[in-house]
Design a protein around this ligand. Structure first.
Ligand code: ADP
Length: 336
């Protein structure tokens, strides 16, 4: 409101100044020797002069509007820039806080998970069936907690542009071992839910892929966890690793709740959870697949899925094979 009032005053001033300025020009450039020149004279004696005054005045007026408008725009632009800079700063502080909190929660959560795992293996005392069941539930909760903490750490690293992957030449045999280990980790949870996890490995173990094994294992973990979480009790999850000349691909197939067709385009979006998933399982961050896609793309690979609501889903990622015979150990860091 204040700005509009100021602008109107500026325009009125611009009109007055333009008129004075045009008269000044006409007086001294068109009638330099006429000592009797006055505005009344000019108006009554020459229509052309009057017309000229009006044209010049209008031109100056338009020029002053354009100038003042661009000044306003420049001001607004600068103001917006300052607001966005301060928002960015605030956002960065929040992200750093999230990273700090997640980082400090990870160690105790991991310690809890290992202790519970030792209990489950009967390393301290022989547990009764009921105790075993309770500890198993606690173990699942600790796993979920760790995964959420890891997701938050990843999100903050991505936002602060500090996400680095370490690419190394890894044999498919080594990748297979890592996948088997991940499946093993899920055994207590899948047992609790009465879900079996089956695996098939159709690979040439000596061939190499250029990957960050830790990150690929985490993606695998996330996909298996999703398959188990969104499956019905009594069903099976199939994990398949295979390779051809060009790619190694990992598929995780379940016969669970599936994803509604209309929501397929959003599945890899940040914080997205499908409507039926929210009903089936209230906890979940909707970050895992978003990060998985970023990571797989950083490996020059692709991740995709097929799914039918009520029938199940298959999530697959594909990563290019390292050219045969290229045995030297490359080690590259890549920032994403
Ligand atoms: P979260 O599982 O923590 O919610 P994700 O990013 O891993 O987050 O998955 C995002 C969403 O994708 C899930 O909330 C769910 O709606 C859907 N989804 C992922 N995997 C499956 C699956 N195997 N079956 C059905 N829905 C799935």
């Amino acid at each position: 409101m204040h700005r509009t009032y100021n602008d109107i005053l500026k325009y009125i001033l611009a009109i007055i100044l333009s008129l004075i300025y045009s008269l000044f020009i006409i007086r001294f450039f068109l009638f330099p020797d006429d000592t009797t020149f006055s505005l009344v004279n000019a108006i009554t004696h020459s229509k052309e002069v009057l017309l000229l005054v009006i044209i010049v005045a209008i031109s100056f007026f338009i020029l002053s509007i354009v100038t003042s408008y661009t000044t306003i725009l420049r001001g607004k632009f600068k103001e917006e820039q300052e607001i966005s800079k301060s928002l960015r700063k605030k956002n960065e502080i929040k992200t750093k806080f999230l990273a700090f909190a997640a980082h400090n929660l990870r160690t105790p959560a991991t310690a809890l998970r290992w202790s519970l795992n030792d209990f489950l293996k009967n390393e301290y005392v022989k547990l009764t069936k009921n105790q075993q069941g309770s500890i198993q539930s606690l173990y699942s909760i600790s796993l979920t907690m760790i995964n959420i903490i890891e997701d938050f750490l990843d999100i903050s690293r991505l936002e602060l542009q500090k996400f680095e992957i370490s690419l190394k030449a890894i044999s498919l045999g080594r990748l297979k071992e890592a996948i088997e280990h991940t499946i093993e980790e899920f055994t207590p949870i899948s047992k609790e839910k009465k879900i079996s996890i089956e695996s098939t490995f159709d690979i040439k173990e000596e061939l190499l892929v250029y990957i960050d094994l830790i990150q690929i294992s985490r993606i695998t973990e996330n996909l298996i966890e999703n398959a188990v979480n969104y499956s019905h009790s009594g069903s099976a999850v199939h994990v398949q690793l295979k390779n051809d000349k060009e790619f190694v691909s990992l598929s995780i197939k379940d016969a669970g709740i599936g994803i509604p067709k209309t929501e397929h385009p959003m599945i890899f979006g940040e914080f997205f959870r499908s409507s039926n998933a929210k009903k089936h399982k209230s906890t979940g961050s909707g970050i895992g697949l978003y990060i998985a896609r970023k990571l797989i793309e950083a490996h020059d690979g692709t991740i995709f899925f097929t799914s039918e609501e009520g029938a199940g889903s298959t999530f697959t990622f594909k990563i290019p094979m390292t050219a045969e015979g290229k045995r030297e150990v490359l080690n590259t860091f890549k920032r994403i």
